[in-house]
Design a protein. Structure first.
Length: 175
């Protein structure tokens, strides 16, 4: 009768496998980085958690793009709910209550940039090209650096809005 492995042994085996696979992906990515002007693997991993993504050895750049697009799409959805809270939850209604015209302009710009990214990504889903994937990654990584700065401004404002809601709630409590 075969001996069953303990859960800890299975996790340890998987951890070694995943580390080796990630090292292989990094090696292949470095080769592609010599061929195309790509951001560093570590930079992409810090920004987009690409190390957590499943990679196909033959289409690494496509998989990196898809990992990036996951984050872009999440932020696009968040931005959309802030711009059109009627389709969102009460949470978004409270967040949006204090958004001023400057922040709304930032949200509009973010929505446009993120929408462009989504459309560009759909195009690559239809027509694969390693060169086009590399161009997308490089260009959108730069765009992400701009988006982050604007997003931080909006998030700071949303935190204040949310915090003032909590303060207001404490002051009006009659219990």
């Amino acid at each position: 009768m075969p001996k069953l492995k303990k859960q800890a042994d299975i996790e340890e085996d998987c951890g070694e496998c995943c580390v080796n696979e990630l090292d292989e992906i990094k090696t292949k990515y470095l080769e592609l980085q010599k061929k195309y002007p790509l951001p560093g693997f570590e930079q992409l991993n810090e920004e987009f958690d690409i190390g957590k993504f499943d990679f196909n050895q033959d289409t690494i750049l496509r998989d990196v793009r898809k990992s990036m697009v996951n984050k872009f799409f999440a932020i696009l959805s968040f931005t959309e709910l802030l711009l059109n809270p009627s389709t969102g939850s009460m949470f978004y209604m409270f967040l949006v209550k204090g958004v001023n015209s400057k922040e709304k302009e930032i949200l509009d710009r973010l929505f446009d940039k993120l929408g462009d990214i989504e459309i560009d990504s759909f195009e690559l889903d239809i027509n694969y090209s390693e060169k086009a994937e590399a161009k997308f990654i490089s260009e959108k990584y730069k765009v992400w650096q701009e988006i982050k700065k604007e997003l931080v401004q909006v998030l700071d404002s949303l935190k204040k809005n949310w915090g003032s809601r909590a303060t207001k709630k404490e002051k009006t409590y009659l219990g």
